[in-house]
Design a protein around this ligand. Structure first.
Ligand code: COA
Length: 297
């Protein structure tokens, strides 16, 4: 059967689906490989909390020790009107002392076989280096480049801090900077109806998100499903992330949402991080209103 452990020729380790009880080793391996803490609860949420028709998390194990992992988060996409389940590849990692022995090749290769047999049409993934020849070897095809977009919120205070000068006297300049950007975002070109947009923070994913998805989702030919179940699982149920969700309404109907969090992210403190922004393609005013509110907070 597809999920049976397999041993790579000439190797000392076997490849098998991860199972209950592996979480502590996997969370520890993640922390060691990526240099960022990961709790067992976070691991379970990321890789074990969604229904999957096939094992979605694969490990290499040698004598009870997990030395490598490759996983996929099952995600629903709507492609040309049909909903399909795809895997979003994640947590590709091999223990530092076990690299260059074919572990990623074998674990990811096994996942590829099993997912293909199960009819999963493709995987998505964000590769940020380190894969070397394995990217093409394992079937990945680059589609486009993604870029991080960032905007300093208090550039003058930041510059002062870097130069070890007092930042307080520069506060008015930062206020002017913010006002400039706020005004730019307030320009509502592209909103033919001119109906005011109101924004409120929500504490749970209510049925507004299904209404929004039904109305705005159909404007996209190919899109990851952004319904109530997605918002609930991806943001509200995420352990320790502290996501905040803003809902935009226009004329009393849900028109968009934005998800963000604030805090110490990676190595940077005092950072606001926009994780998701969804509205119909033509709803420029809605997106701008959501961004203004997030930046103001
Ligand atoms: C990226 C990573 C997962 C690769 O894992 P790995 O188990 O070492 O990968 P593999 O052993 O299958 O392949 C790695 C290299 O070893 C080579 N190799 C594979 N089997 C081999 C063997 N038996 N003997 C010698 N070399 C071998 C491969 O050809 C490849 O080399 P190349 O890219 O120079 O051509 C690992 O380096 C890692 O954990 N990096 C840090 C985390 C990271 O960057 N993850 C990806 C985030 S997007």
């Amino acid at each position: 059967m597809s999920a049976v452990p397999v041993q790579a020729a000439g190797s000392t380790w076997t490849v098998r689906p991860s199972q209950a009880g592996d979480e502590s080793q996997l969370a520890a391996l993640f922390a060691a490989v990526f240099g960022q803490p990961m709790t067992e609860a976070q691991w379970r949420w990321k890789l074990c909390s969604q229904p999957s028709p096939v094992p979605n998390s694969w490990v290499a194990e040698a004598g009870g020790r997990i030395t490598g992992h490759y996983g996929g988060m099952p995600m629903r996409y709507r492609l040309d009107g049909c909903e399909v389940l795809v895997m979003h590849g994640c947590n590709a990692m091999t223990a530092a002392d076990s690299r260059r022995q074919g572990i990623l090749s074998a674990v990811h290769g096994r996942a590829n076989e099993v997912w293909k047999q199960a009819g999963i049409p493709f995987q998505t993934g964000l590769h940020y280096g380190g894969w070397g020849s394995r990217r093409e070897f394992l079937g990945w095809v680059p589609l486009f480049k993604l870029v991080w977009v960032n905007q300093p919120l208090r550039p003058f205070r930041r510059a002062a801090r870097r130069a070890t000068l007092p930042g307080r006297p520069l506060q008015p300049l930062d206020a002017l900077w913010r006002e400039f950007w706020d005004r730019r975002l307030a320009m509502t070109r592209g909103d033919p109806r001119g109906v005011p947009v109101t924004i409120r923070e929500v504490a749970e994913a209510g049925r507004e998100f299904d209404i929004l998805w039904a109305a705005a989702g159909r404007s996209y030919a190919n899109v990851a499903v952004r319904d109530r179940a997605w918002v609930e699982r991806r943001y509200f149920a995420a352990p320790d992330h502290g996501y905040r969700v803003l809902l935009a309404e226009r004329g009393g109907a849900p028109a968009g949402y934005l998800v963000y969090r604030v805090g110490h992210i990676g190595t940077v403190s005092d950072t606001g991080w926009i994780a998701d922004l969804f509205a119909a393609p033509e709803a420029t005013a809605v997106r701008r209103a959501l961004l203004r509110r997030a930046l103001a907070e």
